[in-house]
Design a protein around this ligand. Structure first.
Ligand code: SAM
Length: 287
């Protein structure tokens, strides 16, 4: 079975009476080259396992079943269950869970299915919930080794952005706090059925053993970051002192900026992750 072959995929889909749901972000991959690049970048091997989000018709799941020890695929769409039974029938190392990935207890799912094996998240993500899915894996102490995910090109650009550029923001800092992100390959709309309106990119996020920056109060640092980029045209001083997310008076922010050697008119987009960590630690000590 070559599910990445558009005529074969069409045949399977039609024989199960399946119709694509736009609201579930269903754009199935039909490009073998991109598929191979996802699997080889993901780090799965015969000794490690894959957790897939949104298997769709199972095109990527089948490749992961061949390349890894075992696969668990979480799919929200009940109407895909009989189709997946058929396309994954030949594999005895794959299980499909019919759940919403955002509602599932990831720690439990991983412990029950993978024990102490290394786990790699691999997915052609539903674009309407890209960021919540990635942040759930990173923030919930899931222990996954990496995430290799297809996302909209704009989102990939933000994940890998450095200070100063237009793409740099809260997502760049959150992803770079936990992982080392790398672009793997670009996928044009014709690589999918049906074609999405936007270009896509596969990113590999290698989870770091320790977060990239040391900070005393992670929640406070991210509240500062959210404030800084929520109003990115403002100076950091104004954005922080008028923030709905934190309560720090203008005088304290001004003192912190001066103590840390930042221009009082600096904007948040100029600060690196370690700058935000220093600022947060300084404001923490001041409390
Ligand atoms: N992996 C398949 C492929 O590459 O051809 C399908 C990818 S498609 C872009 C995204 C998949 O995620 C769809 O099958 C969709 O039904 C599923 N999905 C959407 N929202 C989900 C959720 N909250 N939890 C789990 N799966 C979801």
């Amino acid at each position: 079975m070559e599910l990445y072959n558009p005529s074969q995929l069409k045949k399977v889909i039609e024989s199960f009476g399946f119709s694509f749901s736009k609201s579930l972000g269903q754009n199935f991959l039909i490009d073998k080259n991109v598929l191979d690049k996802i699997v080889s970048a993901s780090g799965v091997s015969e000794n490690s396992c894959a957790l897939e989000v949104g298997p769709g018709a199972g095109v990527l799941t089948r490749e992961l079943a061949v390349a890894s020890k075992s696969v668990v695929a979480v799919e929200i769409d009940k109407s895909l269950m009989p189709l997946l039974d058929y396309t994954l029938d030949e594999f005895d190392n794959v299980s499909v869970v019919n759940e919403d990935i955002l509602k599932i207890d990831l720690q439990k799912l991983i412990a029950q299915n993978f024990g102490n094996d290394d786990v790699h998240v691999v997915a052609n993500l539903p674009y309407y919930i890209t960021t919540p899915i990635i942040m759930k894996f990173l923030e919930e102490n899931t222990g996954v080794k990496s995430l290799t995910v297809m996302v909209q090109k704009e989102v990939a650009d933000r994940m890998v952005a450095s200070p100063g550029g237009k793409d740099y923001g809260a997502l760049s800092l959150a992803v770079q706090f936990y992982t080392a992100p790398k672009i793997v390959v670009k996928a044009e709309p014709h690589c999918f059925m049906p074609q999405p309106k936007v270009a896509s990119v596969v990113v590999h996020l290698e989870v770091q053993e320790k977060p990239t920056a040391e900070v005393k109060n992670k929640e406070q640092m991210f509240a500062i970051i959210k404030s800084a980029f929520g109003q990115r045209r403002k100076t950091l001083l104004n954005a922080l002192s008028k923030s709905p997310y934190i309560n720090i008076g203008k005088d304290r922010v001004l003192a912190a900026l001066s103590e840390l050697g930042f221009d009082p008119n600096i904007r948040g987009e100029r600060l690196s992750l370690s700058d935000f960590a220093k600022l947060s630690d300084y404001l923490e000590e001041e409390k």
